[in-house]
Ligand binder design. Structure first.
Ligand code: PLP
Ligand code: TYF
Length: 396
């Protein structure tokens, strides 16, 4: 019956997690998956989020509307765009509660493919693997734009701009407003200004995927590119995720925001989003969305939550500093300053695939073949081992 069904090769990140779980070595360390762990190596639930969950309780929850919880949608739009954003007062933003950031990407991708079927999509080289997966799954041809420069461990900024200048109208460019996954290499505010002016001139469609707001710098500055795109009145799509910054991984909490030129068009977009949702899963899960709504709508809980995210951010920064200190002391001829310049949970370490395999085989330390390391998996208990092992493979 199913002989003709193609075998699935598996997702590279999730497959590595399985390999790790089967590794019998007791001292093994996983820095492969993008999850925030605390200094004890546990996934923390912020106290603000726990308080919100307790307020909501575990009683029966009715269905949410197709587009999700109205309060959640309004609060997320304020969090991402800024509470005083004129586009919100003008009712020009269509907001949908989605199944995590992935669900927001999928909903946005399907919408664009349906209404702009000629559009091509470009993602950064490199990007989160599933960006390509989701957009190809929606029927797009997906290409890459120049981004990461292995020579400088920075951005190929001029090449990126030149590339954007050559694209036709309505080309979709997928951008990471902060904490680029997988490299940790971000654009500065000035660079965003330049890029978004090109996007405006060329009439491109910016699709901004923000999964790590608050982990880079502040909630405001991490959303700089998104707010600038709104200020320029671009046809912005923004997908956001609360998986990491509210530890809602398995609850599937995210949102898609679409900026329209008029309130009427925002309603048309919202209507099609609802239609899409109805035909796929009918309505989003209630528990996580309600939790996020309670956190965001209660000023005390919201302030507490932001402070808790900044603690996570600071712990990640401390681990970056420690990695830099140990590696610089061991190999003084090499410049490891990129570890402290990169932002967010991920670091492109500069490790080659051979070095990555040595880390895995000899030291039971798991990072992705690309050299991506999840800095949030480091802690006081494993950082010395990891830094020593990295120094050993870098020195060889
Ligand atoms: N976008 C980026 C850049 C991510 O790194 C991730 C998750 O790792 C997602 C989207 C997906 O988020 P979610 O887990 O909420 O679906
Ligand atoms: O590590 C990463 O970049 C992500 C993590 O459903 C992840 O791939 C894992 C599972 C999932 C979404 C994101």
């Amino acid at each position: 019956m199913y002989q003709h069904v193609q075998a699935y090769a598996g997702d590279p990140i999730l497959s590595l997690v399985e390999t790790f779980q089967q590794d019998p070595r007791p001292n093994k360390i996983s820095l492969a998956i993008g999850i925030y762990f605390d200094n004890d190596g546990k996934m923390p639930l912020p106290a603000s989020v726990l308080a919100a969950e307790q307020q909501i309780g575990f009683g029966v929850k009715s269905y949410l509307p197709m587009e999700g919880h109205a309060g959640f949608r309004a609060e997320v739009a304020k969090l991402i765009l800024g509470a005083d954003n004129a586009a919100l007062a003008q009712n020009r933003v269509a907001a949908v509660q989605t199944l995590g950031g992935s669900g927001a990407l999928k909903l946005g991708a399907d919408f664009i493919h349906r209404w702009f079927p000629q559009a091509k999509v470009y993602v950064s080289d490199p990007t989160w693997d599933n960006h390509r997966g989701i957009f190809e799954g929606a029927g797009f041809e997906v290409g890459t734009y120049p981004y990461y420069d292995a020579q400088t461990i920075g951005v190929k900024f001029d090449e990126m701009c030149d590339f954007f200048r050559r694209q036709p109208e309505n080309t979709v460019v997928l951008l990471h407003p902060c904490c680029h996954n997988p490299t940790g290499v971000d654009l500065s505010a000035e660079q965003w200004d330049t890029v978004l002016n090109i996007v405006a001139e060329r009439k491109l469609i910016p699709f901004m995927d923000i999964a790590y707001q608050g982990f880079g710098d502040t909630f405001e500055s991490d959303a700089y590119a998104i707010r600038k795109a709104v200020a320029l009145n671009l046809p912005l799509f923004a997908s956001c995720s609360f998986s990491k910054n509210m530890s809602q991984y398995g609850q599937r909490v995210g949102a898609l925001l679409v900026l329209a030129p008029t309130p009427e068009e925002a309603q048309l977009v919202l209507g099609q989003m609802k239609f899409s949702v109805r035909r796929i899963y009918s309505s989003p899960p209630a528990q996580g969305g309600l939790t996020a709504y309670h956190v965001l709508s209660n000023p005390e809980l919201a302030a507490q939550w932001q402070a808790e995210v900044y603690e996570m951010r600071d712990r990640i920064r401390a681990m970056r500093q420690k990695l830099y200190d140990v590696l610089s002391a061991r190999l003084p001829e090499r410049d490891f300053s990129y570890f402290i310049k990169q932002r967010g949970m991920f670091s492109y370490t500069g490790l080659t695939v051979e070095q990555v395999h040595r880390l895995r085989d000899e030291f039971a330390i798991y990072v992705l073949d690309s050299g991506r390391l999840c800095v949030a998996g480091l802690n006081d208990g494993n950082i010395d081992m990891v830094a020593d092992a990295m120094a050993a493979v870098f020195a060889a």
